[in-house]
Ligand binder design. Sequence first.
Ligand code: HEC
Length: 131
Amino acid sequence: MSAIRPLRLFALAGLLAAPAAYAGDAKGDAANGKELFMASGCPACHGVTKEDNSKVGPNLVGVVGRKAGTTQSLLGPSENLKKYGVTWSAETLDEFLTNPSAKVPGTAMAGILTDPQQRADVIAYLSTLKN
Ligand code: HEC
């Protein structure tokens, strides 16, 4: 047992060091992404029409291409989201949605998508939300 443990740790370290699967490599299906977005509870906290600014989280119209933490919401952007400061693209959204609090400590953003294909689909949907 004790002889196996270091090997396990080694394997785990290898896993952690491997580049995270990047949803940008997967082809996103926007229609499926819309369904996933609706089914994952995202609309409880995010508006997807220009008029809907009454949610706790930022409105997601035009999210692709804008800077993190620059959109007003009921809660307002957190200091850590502003500090994160990325411009939202397929790649940065993919990293963020994998585990938001890993990138933005203490964030109230509760949506997590652990499946790379689901992330790709949701990101494809978010890309259709244009100003
Ligand atoms: C419980 C509420 C809640 C849920 C559910 C939620 N979010 Fe969020 N989301 C937030 C909040 C609050 C922020 C702003 C975080 C901050 O300022 O740290 C945010 C930020 C974001 C951002 C960055 C927006 C920007 O303009 O910087 C994206 C993209 C996002 N969420 C997508 C999603 C997706 C996709 C889902 C569903 C899988 C989801 N969210 C579910 C509350 C939520």
